[in-house]
Design a protein around this ligand. Structure first.
Ligand SMILES: [Fe+2]
Ligand SMILES: [Fe+2]
Length: 229
């Protein structure tokens, strides 16, 4: 690790250690005034975050879209949330421990949802068409059902949504998905028009190998369950 990173990391460590130490001191000494802690926040913590915003963040902004992944920090928070939840669900946690963890979780969730709502949502609202937004919502619902472990077998089927895909790429991907689907299983194709021509291609190219069942027939979206025999 370079000198810059070492220095910043050391600084973080010191800040966290100081907050921990000052908080502990205050807890242990009961009624003693919190001046030391407040003073530390004002003279050390706030200057640190402001300096970071002025110097380090502009450089990170410049590099992240080129070499990094802007949502990586959010995924890291999701992982953190999952860790806390597995801590809560661990057997043997007392009611007080569960409460403490739930409070930590609430604090993180408040900040996390605020970031999504204030930074991400305006981007989606401004730069995606209504249709793209709807598609995203649909995908989100489906992923949610799958992740929830929906007992309805329909939830277990792979969804292939080609609505936002350039038309020339659609058929090759649909055939590829079909060929990768194990026998006896199915996937659900979502399209923005009746995929009748695709049905005839299937009749011709995968004769006797598939079943075709319309789950939704327009007027905006078509959903077809394509099963592999
Ligand atoms: Fe920092
Ligand atoms: Fe999130």
């Amino acid at each position: 690790m370079g000198k810059l990173m070492n220095t910043l990391q050391e600084h973080h460590k010191e800040l966290l250690a100081r907050v921990e130490c000052l908080t502990k001191e205050l807890e242990e000494r009961g009624g003693k005034s919190p001046e030391g802690l407040v003073d530390f926040f004002k003279k050390e913590l706030i200057p640190h975050i402001e300096a970071e915003e002025k110097s380090v963040y502009p450089e990170v902004d410049r590099l992240i879209t080129k070499y990094g992944k802007p949502t990586a920090t959010m995924t890291l928070e999701h992982q953190f949330v999952k860790q806390i939840i597995s801590g809560i669900t661990e057997s043997g946690s007392s009611k007080d421990e569960v409460l403490k963890k739930a409070q930590d979780l609430l604090l993180i969730l408040n900040l996390h949802t605020q970031k999504e709502e204030e930074v991400y949502f305006p981007l989606l609202r401004s730069y995606l068409s209504e249709k793209e937004q709807e598609g995203l919502l649909h995908q989100m619902h489906k992923s949610f059902e799958v992740s929830k472990g929906c007992s309805d077998p329909k939830c277990q089927e792979q969804i292939l949504d080609v609505r936002n895909m350039p038309p020339p790429q659609r058929h090759p991907l649909i055939f590829k998905t079909f060929d990768e689907t194990p026998e006896g299983r199915a996937f659900i194709l979502v399209n923005d028009h009746d995929p009748k021509p695709l049905y005839y291609s299937f009749l011709h190219e995968r004769e006797g190998m598939f079943e075709w069942e319309y789950l939704e027939k327009g007027p905006e979206d078509w959903r077809v369950k394509i099963s592999r025999k």
